[in-house]
Design a protein around this ligand. Structure first.
Ligand SMILES: NC(=O)c1ccc[n+]([C@@H]2O[C@H](COP(=O)([O-])OP(=O)(O)OC[C@H]3O[C@@H](n4cnc5c(N)ncnc54)[C@H](OP(=O)(O)O)[C@@H]3O)[C@@H](O)[C@H]2O)c1
Length: 319
């Protein structure tokens, strides 16, 4: 299958490396890459190694027409306010009969139902496993392993950058130092304030609620509260009491609809939600038939995000 990548940053490059590694068994071919500042690369025979970029295509439509791929991989930065321009990128791909896979939670948080409908009308697949918890099964877990279950809610620690930053504060470093550590790992959002202020967690919570609970929520409706005001002194004082801080995303179904809450919470070290070290994430899904089941990802990095894209791709190729 031929692929067109929209975005070639941390995730796009990790995905290209993964494809190279699995090339013998999975002969997918990247035939176009489009970026904001680095330009556009097109080669129908396949782009490998260090692709040579020419001037940027004038528009996403021009790029997709030139790439003539079967699958578009959308990996541009999160925009928690509108989900754009990724939503338009995805629509342009559907309009050309392309399947779409994205790691960008903005479109799922802002336009999931409309995009799902557009994919159906175009007769193509729309997948987004790595939007939440990187490559760990979340949507596919519910889709494939929880038939007939109603999702009553969920509880998750879904943002790795804030965990890295809290750990840095505990060591006496500044918030900026902590953000730099997360940036070096390639896990921070292009605008790291979206991590710190809870917008990444809010977008993930909305994506989960829209997909798994048939909600119609957007990040602005969540009013997240992140860790922006935390200081090393506060984190160290909490640690002395056996406590720490996690940005926790909670959802529950009520008679009035799906309620979401995204807050930095003080938790004892012994709490399941705070017990995982490093970049590790955790999601507990509360159901009517299966009680609470969860998925855990231990120290995920950008390679696991790339794996989420890859797993979606293999699934589309098979079906
Ligand atoms: N990093 C992670 O661990 C992780 C985990 C899960 C999900 N995600 C999601 O994956 C997506 C990509 O993350 P990332 O870390 O790879 O971001 P990144 O390193 O900032 O890369 C973003 C890429 O998108 C390109 N781009 C920006 N605006 C564009 C536009 N309008 N049209 C075409 N290309 C555009 C950039 O172009 P230039 O190179 O020219 O600047 C860059 O290549 C984000 O939505 C993020 O939320 C990331």
């Amino acid at each position: 299958m031929n692929l067109a990548l929209i975005g070639y940053g941390n995730v796009g490059c990790a995905f290209a490396r993964l494809l190279e590694r699995k090339r013998a068994s999975f002969p997918f071919r990247i035939c176009g890459i489009h970026t904001a500042r680095h330009g556009t690369a097109i080669d129908r025979k396949g782009l490998r190694g260090d692709p040579r970029f020419g001037p940027a295509a004038a528009s996403i439509e021009e790029f997709l027409d030139a790439a003539r791929a079967e699958v578009a991989i959308e990996v541009t930065p999160l925009n928690p306010s509108t989900g754009e321009p990724a939503i338009s990128h995805i629509r342009a791909a559907f309009a050309r009969g392309m399947h779409v896979i994205t790691a960008n939670k903005g479109p799922i948080a802002h336009a999931y139902h409309a995009l799902e409908e557009a994919a159906r009308a175009a007769g193509v697949s729309f997948r987004f496993e790595s939007t939440v918890m990187d490559g760990a099964p979340v949507y596919s877990l519910v889709r494939n392993s929880l038939p007939g279950c109603e999702i009553l809610g969920f509880t998750g620690v879904l943002n790795s950058t804030t965990k890295v930053v809290v750990e840095a504060l505990r060591e006496g470093l500044s918030m900026e130092d902590g953000i730099r550590v997360a940036q070096r790992l390639g896990i921070a959002e292009a605008d790291a304030s979206y991590d710190i202020d809870g917008w990444d967690s809010a977008a993930k919570a909305c994506a989960l609620a829209n997909v798994l609970m048939d909600a119609r929520v957007t990040p602005q409706m969540v009013e997240p509260r992140g860790i922006g005001r935390l200081t090393p002194e506060r984190v160290q004082a909490l640690a002395a009491q056996g406590k720490t801080v996690r940005v926790v995303s909670r959802a529950r179904r009520t008679r009035a609809g799906v309620r979401l809450r995204v807050r930095a919470e003080v938790l004892p070290f012994t709490d399941l939600l705070s017990s995982l070290a490093g970049t590790s994430n955790l999601l507990l899904i509360h159901t009517d038939l299966m009680g609470t089941v969860g998925t855990v990802s231990i120290n995920p990095g950008v390679e696991q995000t790339a794996y989420g894209l890859f797993s979606d791709l293999v699934d589309i190729a098979r079906t």
